[in-house]
Design a binder for this molecule. Structure first.
Ligand code: IPE
Ligand code: IPE
Ligand code: MG
Length: 234
């Protein structure tokens, strides 16, 4: 079986999972956050090199203040734990998205954690936090425009590669497989540029219940696809 080099996941359905168990939505987020570690270990053991997971979108600020606050607290806890986890497993962790809009202490924690894990050579994990693909493209266009204005770049130099290199995912190969849990089949502003040639897999399982067997099912499905382009398979 061929294992995709890069798997992107839209971790959806925390709220519905909690509701199905008669629990508050935040209990779904707690279980969902814990599941990220479990699934990273599973993916690592399977030989997946890159994982990019959607944790909080630019649109998610519109949720209730209580829910947003609970999520920010969960991210704080998550990143505090990530130092030990990344060291133990040789995992590099990066955040994609606009970090400037995050609470100061959370942003500092993320900066520290990215610096701490930057030389780890095992699995490469990207956590999309305050991420929106249109916002990412807007920020990239702003950077490119400034470079042109400063005379560092000519308009003719703007190639696809140059655009890619100005995105938050610079240097990371495009995903081979996208998984969205919990039944929805929309992109919700995720990796619009990077998913140009990615296979899309959907499952009704809610993210907190997504496990090893589910990931194996997705990869088996991926193996039934006839791919001409994309990253080289192993
Ligand atoms: C995904 O679960 C987690 C985040 C968006 C933070 P949801 O919170 O979207 O759960 P549902 O879709 O309401 O069930
Ligand atoms: C997408 O899920 C964002 C994350 C998983 C973090 P949402 O639940 O926020 O997306 P919509 O609202 O269904 O499009
Ligand atoms: Mg949702």
């Amino acid at each position: 079986m061929q294992v995709p080099a890069h798997v992107a996941i839209i971790m959806d359905g925390n709220g519905r999972w909690a509701k199905s168990k008669g629990l508050p939505r935040t209990a779904g987020h707690v279980k969902g956050a814990a599941n990220i570690y479990d699934m990273l270990h599973v993916a690592d053991a399977m030989g997946i090199k890159y994982m990019t997971v959607y944790a909080f979108s630019t649109e998610n600020w519109k949720r209730s203040q209580d829910e947003v606050m609970a999520l920010m607290n969960l991210f704080r806890q998550y990143f505090k734990k990530s130092f030990e986890e990344s060291k133990k497993n040789n995992v590099r962790i990066r955040v994609i998205g606009d970090k400037t809009a995050l609470p100061d202490d959370l942003r500092d924690l993320i900066d520290e954690m990215e610096e701490f894990s930057k030389d780890f050579t095992g699995m490469q994990v990207q956590i999309a936090l305050n991420y929106g693909s249109r916002d990412e493209l807007r920020r990239a266009v702003t950077k490119i425009a400034s470079e042109v204005k400063e005379g560092k770049l000519n308009p003719e130099d703007i190639t696809e590669e140059l655009i890619s290199s100005h995105l938050d995912t610079a240097g990371i190969p495009d995903p081979d497989l996208l998984i969205r849990t919990s039944g929805e089949q929309r992109l919700s502003n995720y990796l619009l540029w990077q998913l140009a040639y990615t296979e899309f897999y959907y499952t009704d399982t809610h993210w907190p219940a997504f496990d090893k067997a589910e990931l194996e099912k997705a990869i088996e499905w991926y193996n039934t696809r006839d791919r001409r382009y994309g990253n080289a398979k192993e």
